[in-house]
Design a protein around this ligand. Structure first.
Ligand code: AMP
Ligand code: TRP
Length: 333
């Protein structure tokens, strides 16, 4: 039996980039791997690497948990929990900082990008965040971690940290492998297809939120930036806008890009966009309907309580063993 672990940060809204790159993949894996265990958490400690308004943060934590369920996650087969409710994450995060080098953290492109963009003072947690992320994963001895392309480097660092620990203290942590989707690992901004679609973006025309009114989402697809070439083909280099829309189409419809290209080869951008806008708005609408029924019941709290209790047992045992390996505390009689 394998264990699959992933997390999502409750900052900003959830976009169709998150849906296609991470959530949908998680749901598909769950269907494809009926024997395996799935752990999913809301990474609220990670949200604190940038300033958060308390009421808003608390609201988002539940929003994201509810959205995951609305997107098709099986509550019976998922240990769904909130990171900060399991103290062991933070504690192992600190321990792993002691096995992570400054140079490694300085090389993280996400840190470099974010520290350039940020207009407020940078926190040290933004810098050490990959050690906490490594803790989130190896605390549960995850075999696989489904994530979007942007997290690949953090996963490589996680593997290095786990291996370093194992070399020093003997085999202890499972060294995890990332699972990155073939299609949709990087959904781009609708207004500027050279950059990643991001929920914390300034202009809201560039991303589609899972909470957007379906008609608003449809409009955003129709007004997405394309090019003047006018031919529907998959050429991310020269036609990044169309390539991005083809990727969204392919992922939402589970249809290959080749098949979509041949279907639209004689049609214009307008027709293609119009069809895609219907696909996107229908997808969002059905997710939102499920979301409403989930948030209006007690189901979510029950699932989060159960998830916390299940995760807690594993996390506690692993951390205790880890501390003993390192030589912390007193010898047990
Ligand atoms: P974040 O929103 O940064 O917490 O990311 C949560 C998950 O969604 C991670 O696995 C990301 O890799 C994935 N993700 C975020 N933005 C995108 C995007 N534009 N395209 C594909 N995957 C994404
Ligand atoms: N760092 C991830 C992101 O920004 C979220 C995350 C935190 C995560 N801990 C994780 C993802 C552990 C996978 C596994 O998207």
């Amino acid at each position: 039996m394998k264990r699959i672990v992933s997390g999502i940060k409750p900052t900003g809204t959830l976009t169709i980039g998150n849906y296609i790159g991470a959530i949908k993949q998680f749901v598909a894996l769950q269907k494809a791997m009926p024997e395996d265990e799935f752990f999913l958490f809301i990474a609220d400690l990670h949200a604190l690497t940038t300033p958060q308004e308390p009421a808003e943060l608390r609201q988002r934590i539940k929003e994201i948990a509810g959205m995951y369920l609305a997107c098709g996650l099986d509550p019976e087969r998922t240990v769904l929990y909130i990171q900060s409710e399991i103290k062991e994450h933070a504690e192992l995060g600190y321990l792993l900082q002691c096995f992570t080098y400054m140079g490694e953290l300085e090389r993280m492109t996400q840190f470099k990008d974010k520290s350039k963009k940020q207009d407020v003072l940078l926190t040290s947690s933004l810098f050490t965040y990959p050690a906490l992320m490594a803790a989130d994963i190896i605390l549960y001895d995850a075999d696989y971690v489904p994530v979007g392309e942007d997290q690949k480097q953090h996963l490589e660092l996680t593997r290095d940290i786990a291996s370093r620990f194992n070399n020093r203290y003997g085999d202890f942590f499972t060294v995890p492998e990332p699972i990155i989707p073939k299609v949709g690992a990087r959904i781009m901004d609708l207004q500027d297809p050279s950059k990643k679609m991001s929920k914390s973006d300034e202009t809201d025309k560039g991303y589609i939120s899972l909470f957007d009114e379906p008609s608003v989402a449809a409009k955003k697809i129709k007004s997405a930036v394309t090019d003047s070439i006018g031919i529907i083909q998959f050429d991310p280099q020269n036609q990044p806008g169309i390539a991005n829309l083809l990727t969204i189409y392919s992922s939402l419809e589970n249809e290959s890009i080749d098949s979509i290209v041949s279907k639209y080869s004689n049609l214009g951008y307008q027709e293609f966009k119009s069809d895609l806008s219907i696909i996107v708005s229908n997808t969002i609408q059905s997710i939102q309907e499920k979301y409403q029924s989930i948030v209006n019941s007690n189901q979510l709290d029950e699932i989060l309580d159960k998830g916390r209790d299940q995760a807690q047992i594993i996390a506690y045992k692993k951390l205790e063993k880890c501390k003993r390996k390192i030589g912390l505390g007193r010898k047990r009689k």
